[in-house]
Design a protein. Structure first.
Length: 354
C-alpha cells in the first residue's frame, strides 16, 4: 500500500502545468496516461491586438511532451474554441473541429476557421472582427483521455467614453446601459478597457456600468466630490449592483469604423430634425456618439464647431487644444441636450463605406 501511495504522489508531481502556460488564469485538468506521452497545448502569444473590421489569428498549438509528433495516431484530435466570461463561470461556444467536421456558433458563423498551417496547429482565424469579439478565448485540444487548454486574449484598438442619456445622470439600469451603448455604435466597456483608459488619462466622476455588471469610475485628479482630495488616483469600484433596479451611467467602448465621419458644411445652422434631413440629403446619416469619439481618438479629428448627433446631444471634437476650443485639454466637448425644435447648431454626419 505504501508503494502504491508513493507512485500516486509521483504521478501527481509530474502533472504540474507546463511552464509556458503557468500564467493562465484558470484551472486545468490534465489526464495522465501511464504508458503514453502527455498532451500539451501552448499559445505562443498571450495577447493579440486588432481592430474592428480586421482579421486576426489566435495562436494555439499542441504537442506531446516526449515526442516530436502532433498526435499519437490512436485517437482523433478534437479542437474546441470557446469565449470565456469575466469570471470564467460560463463559456460561449465559438468553434469545434474533429476530423473533417467543422462547426461554428452564433455570431461567429461564417467568420471563424482553423489556420492548420501544420498538423499540430489549432490556431483560430477570425475575420471581420466585431466589437463584441473582444475578450479571452480558450483553446482546448482533446485526444482520447488526454486534454489540455490555453487562453488567448483578443484586445481591440479603440476608445472608452462615458455616456448618460437625455434624461440625465444615473438613469440607466444595466440593460438600458447595454442598449444605450449599442445605439451609439459601441458596446459596454470591460474593466480592462476602462483601466487602460484611466492609465491614458481618462478622469470621470460619475459612476458607470461595465460589462461584468460592476459599477466603477476612473479618477486621475482626486478631489472632494470624487472620493476626496486625500485619496490616490485610480479606478474607484462601487461593486456589483442589481442589474434591474440600480441606475447609473455607463462606460462604452468603440473602435474604428468603415466609413467617413465629417462636419457638414451648410449655409445655415439647423434644428435637430433639419440636421437629420441634411445628412440624409448628403447621402449620409447623422453621426452617433461612438463615431465622434472614434474619429477624435483614432483619427485625430479636430473641429471647433458644435454639432448635433443622433442621440440629440451637441458635441465637438478637439485634438489640438487652443483658445476658445478646449484650451486645457484634448477632448470631445459636450454642449448638452438642447431643445431639438428651437436651438440651432451644425451637424456631424457619417457615411458608411460598402
Amino acid at each position: 500500500m505504501k508503494s502504491l501511495l508513493f507512485l500516486v504522489l509521483i504521478s501527481a508531481c509530474w502533472a504540474e502545468p507546463h511552464p509556458g502556460n503557468s500564467s493562465l488564469e484558470h484551472e486545468r485538468i490534465v489526464h495522465i496516461q501511464e504508458n503514453g506521452p502527455r498532451l500539451l497545448v501552448v499559445a505562443e502569444q498571450a495577447k493579440i491586438f486588432s481592430h474592428r473590421g480586421g482579421n486576426v489569428t489566435l495562436p494555439c498549438k499542441f504537442y506531446h511532451e516526449h515526442t516530436s509528433t502532433a498526435g499519437s495516431g490512436t485517437h482523433k484530435i478534437r479542437v474546441k474554441w470557446t469565449k470565456l466570461t469575466y469570471d470564467y463561470l460560463k463559456e460561449v461556444d465559438v468553434f469545434v473541429a474533429m476530423g473533417h467536421h467543422r462547426k461554428s456558433y452564433g455570431s461567429y458563423q461564417g467568420r471563424v476557421s482553423l489556420r492548420e498551417s501544420s498538423e499540430n496547429d489549432a490556431s483560430l482565424v477570425i475575420t471581420n472582427i466585431m466589437l463584441e469579439d473582444y475578450g479571452r478565448y480558450k483553446c482546448e485540444v482533446i485526444e482520447g483521455l488526454e486534454d489540455d487548454t490555453a487562453v488567448v486574449t483578443l484586445n481591440l484598438e479603440g476608445v472608452v467614453f462615458p455616456y448618460s442619456p437625455r434624461l440625465g445622470r444615473y438613469n440607466l439600469n444595466f440593460h438600458d446601459a447595454q442598449r444605450a451603448c449599442a445605439e451609439q455604435d459601441s458596446v459596454m466597456a470591460s474593466f480592462d478597457q476602462l483601466y487602460d483608459a484611466w492609465r491614458s488619462g481618462l478622469d470621470w466622476c460619475n459612476a458607470g456600468w461595465l460589462s461584468d455588471g460592476s459599477v466603477q469610475y476612473p479618477i486621475t485628479k482626486p478631489r472632494e466630490p470624487c472620493g476626496g482630495r486625500n485619496t490616490v488616483p485610480g479606478v474607484r469600484n462601487y461593486g456589483f449592483w442589481d442589474k434591474d433596479k440600480s441606475h447609473y451611467d455607463v462606460f462604452c467602448f468603440t473602435s474604428n469604423f468603415n466609413g467617413r465621419f465629417y462636419y457638414l458644411i451648410h449655409p445655415t445652422k439647423l434644428t435637430y430634425d433639419e440636421a437629420v434631413q441634411a445628412c440624409l440629403k448628403d447621402g449620409s446619416q447623422i453621426a452617433k456618439v461612438g463615431q465622434i469619439f472614434a474619429a477624435w481618438k483614432l483619427l485625430g479629428y479636430d473641429r471647433c464647431d458644435a454639432g448635433w448627433l443622433a442621440d440629440g446631444s451637441v458635441r465637438y471634437p478637439i485634438s489640438r487644444p487652443r483658445k476658445r476650443c478646449s484650451p486645457s485639454e484634448a477632448a470631445v466637448r459636450f454642449v448638452g441636450f438642447p431643445d431639438k425644435k428651437h436651438k440651432l447648431y451644425g451637424v456631424y454626419c457619417f457615411r458608411a463605406y460598402n
